[in-house]
Ligand binder design. Structure first.
Ligand SMILES: *Cc1c(COP(=O)(O)O)cnc(C)c1O
Length: 815
């Protein structure tokens, strides 16, 4: 049944009713948290009706469906996004005004769903938004971590990690379905028997964990299609072992329960890095087993034939973390559905598609054979068989080439290589930006590209321009709509029409004023959080992303020190006042990254407290970077720093969020920066530094001499010396010696492996150039508008359309 349109009075009534029925309160005596929940659940009731309707329609059509398996979904907040997508923003605002509820304030009550580390998890979240908006049936499957990514506190300049118990106060957006559990089995032994001439597989003495689905509705923009994000929570099979309990061993009994439930307890906080932990492997199998079982169960329940699974189902795996879904589907098809190997393999290979997200060697997943054998014996058997058959095929293609075959094998030197299993077990492999996909084909997956060229493709990442422009920068969105109409909201390429107005002085002035307002708001936030006063008329220059050596926050800091030295030498220099903004979490075990956070704080202390430079330079670090903080920083930034070592950042998506908001990029020719450059042209982006190709050559020749650069460039030498001469930390002159050592001499490995010294000079020059253009507003805002106008390509709507055309082939719903 289709629902009727909601009116302001309905919303007011629903909120008051919720306060009464949920909390026994009224508008006068409700707490802020109760108000948030009342407004959010009132909205949720409306979503629930549409969700039921959508599921019913999708079921009727019985078309192909996509399941997007991801260990991470960095969703951020739901409330405002759902309001926007349901077109209820205005009505809710009026209703709240009339009830004297501060809508903006109660929105801040919602905790971020921080179930991801960074780009990879946020990409999954953007995809869900675009899928629903485009009317495609695509559902997320992941883990309902009780603790999301740690909260970052800065104490004395050092990062301290705190738990993020985001569910503590309840989660209004999820629907628990304890009556629809899946059972996931670990350990035990595999017994094979022939029964009636048929092989039967029995898994014995396993430990069983219950997987409970928690479903979250995914509301698209003005779309009747509401998809499902299904997050699995782990429960002990039996609430308590009464046997042990009876013997008075209640502590042991509770411990066993804890052991099962620890699986979905906490998100591992490493970004672009794998630490082969036992519990991490359990998390992976737990969620993919539950997901694949429930996919098959639903498929059969509506009367489909299991032999047609691949025709109506596509399972996408986001990086290699869900790889075990491939042997898991084989297990279900063979052991439970009774299919033969050959047919099971055909179906499986035609069901899975895989996206690679990184070429960093430390991030490529490998698991010890022994660990898988012991924890997942049946899955091990299947992987072993897949590997055997693959090696036999290789032998036919490359007879006697033992080296090549053993290099390509899925299992080698006692380890299982997940990316190799993905390549062999799926019909599609894609990289996430042009350069990255080329590196996959030419370098890390070269041998596989030779035998499966048709499987490889590129699909450049995108972000939802609705959350990151329409929602995060409502005033800019309104100005755009006034100029070109609102078609851009669902057709991002229409932004191109703005280009005609790039020299329109009145429009430039409007865009500038909106930025100015956003900067003033961010300045208030900075003052509130850090007690540092920043000048909203200075250039806001932001680098916000995970802290990683390859992302080169260090290059940014060294340049800031260089500017500071310039001001010390020439206090009357006409340098345009500039505020550098950092926000970044480091993995808790990543020592160097944490030291760079300390360096940023030490340099900030020095610069921000030096009266002699007359407030020309400020440096702030905002703690606890997360989606809701990105939404505050990005619309207020003039310059976006995307300065990774060329060849290392697969795509980047932060770069796109800034571009959509008219922020100009200072960046290397890396990841999607290259495509941004193609879209806007050299005049409208500040490109600097060595190319990936040049650096590859440098590595091959092994002749890179950062020490020589240091000796030749006096400004650079001065800042590097300042790392250790007490200039920054007079009391503890040695704390940054490691960084100094790394840049000039290396620790074990090569010196300056991320080529910071090599790119320093061109980085200084490009920053100077950007500053010069900022001084000419008509030029700056022209470039800014050209950036917005050409950002349409970087909407995840375009990305999802491309996935659908090249890989998924789903039909759009039109109910
Ligand atoms: C977009 C986003 C990222 C990814 O940023 P990159 O600059 O591409 O690394 C990471 N974290 C959050 C919270 C984001 O919103």
């Amino acid at each position: 049944m289709k629902k009727k349109e909601i009116q302001v009075e309905d919303i007011k009534h629903a909120i008051e009713l919720k306060l009464q029925t949920l909390f026994g309160r009224n508008l006068k005596n409700a707490s802020k948290s109760q108000l948030y929940k009342a407004v959010a659940t009132a909205l949720r009731d409306d979503i629930m009706k549409s969700w039921a309707y959508s599921k019913e329609k999708v079921l009727e059509e019985n078309g192909k469906e996509l399941y997007y398996l991801s260990m991470e979904f960095l969703m951020g907040r739901f409330f405002h996004n759902n309001l926007t997508n349901l077109m209820l923003e205005e009505k809710a605002e009026i209703a709240c005004n009339e009830l004297e509820i501060d809508l903006k304030e109660i929105q801040e009550r919602e905790p971020d769903a921080g179930l991801g580390n960074g780009g990879l998890g946020r990409l999954a979240a953007c995809f869900l938004d675009s899928l629903a908006t485009l009317g495609l049936s695509g559902h997320g499957n992941g883990i309902r971590y009780e603790y999301g990514l740690f909260k970052q506190k800065i104490i004395d300049g050092y990062q301290v990690e705190m738990p993020d118990p985001w569910l503590e106060d309840g989660n209004v957006w999820e629907v628990a379905k304890p009556e629809e559990p899946e059972m996931v089995y670990f350990g035990g032994t595999v017994e094979k028997a022939i029964e009636n001439g048929k092989l039967t597989i029995l898994q014995k003495n396993c430990q069983c964990v219950k997987a409970i689905p928690y479903d979250v509705p995914i509301v698209g923009y003005r779309s009747n299609v509401i998809n499902t994000l299904r997050l699995w929570g782990a429960r002990a099979l039996k609430p308590l072992d009464m046997g042990l309990f009876g013997k008075g061993q209640y502590v042991d009994a509770l411990a066993e329960k804890e052991l099962a439930e620890v699986i979905s307890k906490v998100l591992y906080p490493e970004d672009n890095h794998e630490e082969g932990r036992h519990l991490r492997l359990k998390q992976q199998y737990f969620f993919i087993s539950a997901s694949v079982q429930s996919i098959v169960r639903k498929f059969k329940k509506i009367g489909n034939d299991i032999h047609d699974l691949h025709k109506k189902t596509v399972i996408h795996i986001n990086d290699t973390h869900p790889t075990l879904a491939i042997p898991e589907l084989m297990r279900i098809l063979i052991d439970q559905e009774g299919l033969g190997w050959e047919e099971a393999w055909e179906i499986t290979r035609q069901t899975f598609a895989y996206t690679n997200h990184t070429t960093l060697p430390e991030a490529l997943e490998k698991w010890p054979e022994e660990l898988i054998k012991q924890l997942l014996p049946r899955i091990y058997d299947i992987i072993d068989e897949i590997n055997e058959r693959f090696c036999r095929d290789l032998w036919e293609r490359y007879p006697y080439q033992w080296d090549k075959i053993s290099k390509m094998a899925i299992i080698s030197y006692g380890e299982i290589h997940m990316a190799k299993l993905c390549i062999v077990g799926s019909f599609s492999i894609n990289g996430v930006a042009q350069l990255h996909s080329e590196i996959l084909k030419k370098d890390i997956f070269k041998d596989y590209y030779e035998i499966y060229p048709e499987k490889f493709t590129n699909i450049t990442n995108g972000v939802t321009h609705r959350r990151f422009l329409l929602r995060a920068n409502p005033n800019l969105a309104e100005a755009i709509t006034e100029k070109i109409g609102d078609g851009w909201i669902t057709d991002s390429f229409q932004l191109k029409e703005l280009e005609a107005s790039c020299r329109d002085i009145a429009f430039q002035e409007e865009v500038r004023k909106i930025r100015q307002k956003n900067k003033e708001e961010l300045a208030r936030y900075v003052l509130d959080k850090t007690q540092i006063k920043i000048d909203p008329h200075s250039i806001f220059d932001a680098q916000v992303k995970r802290l990683h050596e390859y992302k080169r926050q260090l290059l940014n800091v060294l340049h800031i020190m260089y500017l500071y030295n310039q001001l010390l030498d020439h206090p009357k220099d006409d340098m345009y006042p500039r505020t550098f903004i950092f926000a970044a979490k480091a993995a808790p075990g990543y020592h160097k990254a944490k030291l760079i956070i300390k360096l940023i704080h030490s340099v900030a202390d020095k610069i921000n407290n030096d009266k002699s430079i007359g407030d020309k330079l400020k440096l702030v670090f905002l703690e606890n970077y997360r989606v809701s903080l990105a939404e505050k920083i990005i619309p207020a930034s003039d310059i976006s720093k995307q300065i990774s070592t060329a060849g290392k950042e697969a795509s980047g998506t932060g770069n796109m969020k800034f571009m959509l908001n008219g922020t100009l990029t200072v960046g290397t020719l890396d990841g999607a920066n290259i495509e941004m450059h193609q879209q806007v042209g050299s005049e409208n982006i500040f490109i600097f530094g060595a190319t990936a190709e040049e650096l590859e050559k440098e590595r091959k020749e092994k002749n890179y001499q950062p020490y020589e650069i240091y000796q030749k460039n006096h400004g650079l030498k001065r800042v590097i010396d300042q790392l250790i001469n007490g200039f920054i930390e007079p009391e503890h002159p040695d704390i940054f010696r490691e960084i100094y050592q790394d840049l000039l001499y290396g620790y074990g490995g090569a010196a300056d492996p991320y080529f910071i010294l090599k790119d320093f000079e061109s980085y200084c020059a490009v920053n100077k150039k950007a500053e010069g253009i900022y001084k000419k507003p008509e030029s700056w805002w022209e470039k800014s508008i050209i950036n917005i106008a050409n950002a349409g390509y970087f909407s995840s709507d375009r990305t999802i359309e491309e996935y659908n055309e090249k890989i998924w082939r789903l039909k759009k719903h039109d109910f």
